[in-house]
Design a protein around this ligand. Structure first.
Ligand code: PGA
Length: 242
Protein backbone atom coordinates (compact mmCIF):
# COMPACT_ATOMS: atom_id res chain seq x y z
CA UNK A 1 0.00 0.00 0.00
CA UNK A 2 1.33 3.43 -0.95
CA UNK A 3 0.23 6.93 -0.02
CA UNK A 4 -0.79 7.78 -3.54
CA UNK A 5 -1.16 6.56 -7.10
CA UNK A 6 2.25 7.82 -8.20
CA UNK A 7 4.08 5.92 -5.48
CA UNK A 8 2.14 2.73 -6.13
CA UNK A 9 2.62 3.00 -9.91
CA UNK A 10 6.38 3.48 -9.53
CA UNK A 11 6.66 0.49 -7.20
CA UNK A 12 4.51 -1.65 -9.51
CA UNK A 13 6.61 -0.71 -12.55
CA UNK A 14 9.83 -1.59 -10.69
CA UNK A 15 8.33 -4.95 -9.71
CA UNK A 16 7.12 -5.55 -13.28
CA UNK A 17 10.44 -4.63 -14.93
CA UNK A 18 12.31 -6.91 -12.50
CA UNK A 19 10.03 -9.77 -13.54
CA UNK A 20 10.80 -9.06 -17.20
CA UNK A 21 14.53 -8.92 -16.49
CA UNK A 22 14.12 -12.25 -14.68
CA UNK A 23 12.60 -13.82 -17.78
CA UNK A 24 8.87 -12.94 -18.12
CA UNK A 25 8.28 -12.56 -21.86
CA UNK A 26 4.57 -13.07 -22.58
CA UNK A 27 2.61 -10.24 -21.01
CA UNK A 28 -1.07 -9.55 -20.61
CA UNK A 29 -1.90 -5.84 -20.49
CA UNK A 30 -4.76 -3.70 -19.17
CA UNK A 31 -6.20 -0.33 -20.18
CA UNK A 32 -8.16 2.37 -18.35
CA UNK A 33 -7.20 5.32 -16.18
CA UNK A 34 -5.42 3.12 -13.67
CA UNK A 35 -2.32 1.92 -15.57
CA UNK A 36 -1.41 5.19 -17.31
CA UNK A 37 1.25 6.26 -14.78
CA UNK A 38 2.48 2.67 -14.57
CA UNK A 39 3.03 2.61 -18.36
CA UNK A 40 4.96 5.87 -18.16
CA UNK A 41 7.25 4.45 -15.48
CA UNK A 42 7.73 1.19 -17.35
CA UNK A 43 8.61 3.08 -20.54
CA UNK A 44 11.06 5.32 -18.69
CA UNK A 45 12.77 2.31 -17.19
CA UNK A 46 12.99 0.17 -20.36
CA UNK A 47 12.88 2.40 -23.42
CA UNK A 48 16.47 1.67 -24.46
CA UNK A 49 16.56 -1.91 -23.21
CA UNK A 50 17.13 -4.68 -25.76
CA UNK A 51 14.79 -6.96 -23.80
CA UNK A 52 11.82 -5.03 -25.24
CA UNK A 53 12.31 -6.74 -28.62
CA UNK A 54 11.76 -10.15 -26.99
CA UNK A 55 8.37 -9.32 -25.45
CA UNK A 56 5.00 -10.58 -26.66
CA UNK A 57 1.86 -8.80 -25.50
CA UNK A 58 -1.81 -9.72 -25.33
CA UNK A 59 -4.37 -7.15 -24.23
CA UNK A 60 -7.20 -8.13 -21.98
CA UNK A 61 -10.11 -6.65 -23.86
CA UNK A 62 -11.46 -4.33 -26.55
CA UNK A 63 -14.78 -2.66 -27.25
CA UNK A 64 -16.91 -4.42 -29.83
CA UNK A 65 -18.74 -2.63 -32.62
CA UNK A 66 -16.49 0.39 -33.21
CA UNK A 67 -14.22 0.91 -36.24
CA UNK A 68 -10.58 -0.14 -35.98
CA UNK A 69 -8.50 2.87 -34.97
CA UNK A 70 -11.40 4.58 -33.16
CA UNK A 71 -9.86 7.11 -30.74
CA UNK A 72 -11.88 5.59 -27.86
CA UNK A 73 -10.59 2.08 -28.56
CA UNK A 74 -8.25 0.35 -26.16
CA UNK A 75 -5.87 -0.25 -29.05
CA UNK A 76 -5.44 3.51 -29.47
CA UNK A 77 -4.94 3.95 -25.73
CA UNK A 78 -2.19 1.33 -25.82
CA UNK A 79 -0.51 2.80 -28.91
CA UNK A 80 -0.34 6.16 -27.18
CA UNK A 81 0.56 5.08 -23.66
CA UNK A 82 2.84 2.11 -24.24
CA UNK A 83 3.36 0.56 -27.67
CA UNK A 84 4.81 3.62 -29.43
CA UNK A 85 6.79 5.06 -26.48
CA UNK A 86 8.30 1.67 -25.58
CA UNK A 87 8.98 0.79 -29.22
CA UNK A 88 6.97 -2.43 -29.46
CA UNK A 89 6.56 -3.65 -33.05
CA UNK A 90 3.21 -4.76 -34.44
CA UNK A 91 4.29 -8.42 -34.66
CA UNK A 92 4.86 -8.41 -30.89
CA UNK A 93 1.35 -7.13 -30.16
CA UNK A 94 -1.84 -9.19 -29.96
CA UNK A 95 -5.19 -7.49 -29.64
CA UNK A 96 -8.81 -8.52 -29.83
CA UNK A 97 -10.41 -6.69 -32.79
CA UNK A 98 -13.23 -4.17 -32.37
CA UNK A 99 -15.23 -5.54 -35.31
CA UNK A 100 -15.24 -8.64 -37.51
CA UNK A 101 -11.96 -8.66 -39.45
CA UNK A 102 -13.45 -10.89 -42.19
CA UNK A 103 -17.11 -11.33 -43.12
CA UNK A 104 -16.84 -15.11 -42.75
CA UNK A 105 -15.64 -14.82 -39.12
CA UNK A 106 -17.89 -15.02 -36.09
CA UNK A 107 -17.17 -13.55 -32.65
CA UNK A 108 -16.68 -17.13 -31.49
CA UNK A 109 -13.94 -17.74 -34.13
CA UNK A 110 -12.11 -14.60 -33.05
CA UNK A 111 -12.20 -15.60 -29.39
CA UNK A 112 -11.01 -19.13 -30.13
CA UNK A 113 -8.15 -17.78 -32.26
CA UNK A 114 -7.07 -15.47 -29.44
CA UNK A 115 -6.98 -18.37 -26.98
CA UNK A 116 -4.97 -20.36 -29.51
CA UNK A 117 -2.49 -17.51 -29.99
CA UNK A 118 -1.97 -17.31 -26.23
CA UNK A 119 -1.35 -21.06 -26.09
CA UNK A 120 1.07 -20.91 -29.02
CA UNK A 121 3.00 -18.12 -27.30
CA UNK A 122 3.50 -20.49 -24.36
CA UNK A 123 0.86 -18.95 -22.07
CA UNK A 124 0.96 -15.69 -20.15
CA UNK A 125 3.93 -15.17 -17.83
CA UNK A 126 2.81 -11.92 -16.27
CA UNK A 127 -0.65 -10.32 -16.30
CA UNK A 128 -1.52 -6.73 -15.41
CA UNK A 129 -5.05 -6.11 -14.10
CA UNK A 130 -7.10 -3.13 -13.04
CA UNK A 131 -10.40 -3.66 -11.27
CA UNK A 132 -13.80 -2.10 -11.90
CA UNK A 133 -15.79 -0.53 -9.07
CA UNK A 134 -18.15 -3.49 -9.56
CA UNK A 135 -15.30 -6.00 -9.19
CA UNK A 136 -14.81 -6.72 -12.89
CA UNK A 137 -11.41 -7.76 -14.22
CA UNK A 138 -10.87 -7.42 -17.94
CA UNK A 139 -14.50 -6.91 -18.97
CA UNK A 140 -15.71 -9.90 -16.96
CA UNK A 141 -18.71 -8.26 -15.39
CA UNK A 142 -20.51 -9.59 -12.27
CA UNK A 143 -22.10 -12.94 -13.12
CA UNK A 144 -19.18 -14.05 -15.34
CA UNK A 145 -18.31 -17.72 -14.98
CA UNK A 146 -14.98 -18.52 -13.35
CA UNK A 147 -14.34 -21.13 -16.03
CA UNK A 148 -15.06 -18.84 -19.00
CA UNK A 149 -12.64 -18.31 -21.89
CA UNK A 150 -12.37 -15.29 -24.19
CA UNK A 151 -15.88 -14.16 -25.11
CA UNK A 152 -18.26 -11.37 -26.13
CA UNK A 153 -19.87 -9.52 -23.20
CA UNK A 154 -22.66 -7.00 -22.69
CA UNK A 155 -21.26 -4.15 -20.59
CA UNK A 156 -23.18 -3.03 -17.52
CA UNK A 157 -24.56 0.52 -17.38
CA UNK A 158 -22.15 1.31 -14.54
CA UNK A 159 -19.14 0.25 -16.62
CA UNK A 160 -20.40 2.15 -19.65
CA UNK A 161 -20.89 5.30 -17.57
CA UNK A 162 -17.41 5.10 -16.08
CA UNK A 163 -15.88 4.72 -19.56
CA UNK A 164 -18.03 7.46 -21.10
CA UNK A 165 -15.29 10.09 -21.35
CA UNK A 166 -13.48 8.32 -24.22
CA UNK A 167 -16.56 8.67 -26.46
CA UNK A 168 -18.45 11.67 -27.80
CA UNK A 169 -21.69 9.73 -28.10
CA UNK A 170 -22.89 6.77 -26.07
CA UNK A 171 -20.10 4.29 -25.25
CA UNK A 172 -20.22 0.83 -26.85
CA UNK A 173 -22.61 -1.70 -25.36
CA UNK A 174 -20.42 -4.75 -25.90
CA UNK A 175 -16.81 -5.85 -25.70
CA UNK A 176 -14.58 -8.86 -26.26
CA UNK A 177 -12.65 -9.94 -23.20
CA UNK A 178 -10.28 -12.62 -22.07
CA UNK A 179 -12.27 -14.83 -19.72
CA UNK A 180 -11.60 -15.37 -16.04
CA UNK A 181 -10.20 -18.81 -16.80
CA UNK A 182 -7.79 -17.33 -19.36
CA UNK A 183 -6.65 -14.69 -16.88
CA UNK A 184 -6.19 -17.33 -14.18
CA UNK A 185 -3.83 -19.34 -16.40
CA UNK A 186 -1.31 -16.46 -16.10
CA UNK A 187 1.71 -17.56 -14.10
CA UNK A 188 1.82 -14.32 -12.14
CA UNK A 189 -0.63 -11.44 -11.73
CA UNK A 190 -0.11 -7.79 -10.80
CA UNK A 191 -3.22 -5.84 -9.83
CA UNK A 192 -3.41 -2.04 -9.60
CA UNK A 193 -6.22 -0.14 -7.87
CA UNK A 194 -6.36 3.51 -6.93
CA UNK A 195 -9.02 5.71 -5.36
CA UNK A 196 -11.89 5.36 -2.91
CA UNK A 197 -14.24 4.17 -5.67
CA UNK A 198 -12.24 0.92 -5.80
CA UNK A 199 -12.03 0.23 -2.06
CA UNK A 200 -15.20 -1.83 -1.79
CA UNK A 201 -14.30 -3.98 -4.80
CA UNK A 202 -10.80 -4.55 -3.40
CA UNK A 203 -12.19 -5.66 -0.08
CA UNK A 204 -14.72 -7.99 -1.72
CA UNK A 205 -12.10 -9.39 -4.08
CA UNK A 206 -9.69 -10.45 -1.36
CA UNK A 207 -11.81 -10.76 1.80
CA UNK A 208 -15.31 -11.50 0.53
CA UNK A 209 -16.66 -14.89 -0.46
CA UNK A 210 -15.48 -16.25 -3.79
CA UNK A 211 -18.50 -15.43 -5.90
CA UNK A 212 -19.59 -14.49 -9.41
CA UNK A 213 -21.00 -11.31 -7.86
CA UNK A 214 -17.38 -10.10 -7.58
CA UNK A 215 -15.47 -11.54 -10.55
CA UNK A 216 -12.11 -10.46 -9.08
CA UNK A 217 -12.71 -12.77 -6.09
CA UNK A 218 -11.55 -15.62 -8.35
CA UNK A 219 -8.04 -14.26 -7.73
CA UNK A 220 -8.19 -15.74 -4.23
CA UNK A 221 -7.50 -19.07 -5.91
CA UNK A 222 -4.42 -17.81 -7.79
CA UNK A 223 -1.06 -18.67 -6.23
CA UNK A 224 0.75 -15.47 -7.20
CA UNK A 225 -1.10 -12.16 -7.13
CA UNK A 226 0.56 -8.91 -6.03
CA UNK A 227 -1.69 -5.88 -5.54
CA UNK A 228 -0.38 -2.31 -5.63
CA UNK A 229 -2.91 -0.02 -3.94
CA UNK A 230 -3.03 3.57 -2.87
CA UNK A 231 -4.28 4.46 0.61
CA UNK A 232 -7.84 5.12 -0.56
CA UNK A 233 -8.25 1.84 -2.42
CA UNK A 234 -6.87 -0.04 0.61
CA UNK A 235 -9.17 1.78 3.03
CA UNK A 236 -11.53 -1.15 3.72
CA UNK A 237 -8.82 -3.79 4.13
CA UNK A 238 -8.52 -5.02 7.71
CA UNK A 239 -4.84 -4.08 8.05
CA UNK A 240 -5.33 -0.52 6.79
CA UNK A 241 -8.74 0.44 8.16
CA UNK A 242 -8.42 3.83 9.83
P1 PGA B 1 -10.16 2.27 -14.71
O1 PGA B 1 -10.78 0.87 -15.14
O2 PGA B 1 -8.68 2.03 -14.65
O3 PGA B 1 -10.50 3.20 -15.82
O4 PGA B 1 -10.74 2.62 -13.41
C1 PGA B 1 -10.34 -0.27 -14.52
C2 PGA B 1 -11.11 -1.44 -15.04
O5 PGA B 1 -12.26 -1.21 -15.44
O6 PGA B 1 -10.57 -2.54 -15.05
Amino acid sequence: MWDNEVGASKAAARFWCDKIRDGARVLCLATGNTPTAFYKEWTASMQQDSVVASLTTFNLDEYWGIPAGHPGSFRQYMELNLFKPLGLQSDQIHFLPSSLPRAEDTEWDICQRYEEEIRRAGGIDLCLLGIGANGHIGFNEPGSAADGGTHLVALTEKTRRSNQTAFEGPPPERALTMGLKTIMTSREIVLLAFGAQKSKAIHEAFFGPMSEACPASVLQRHPSVTAFLDREAAHHLPAYRS
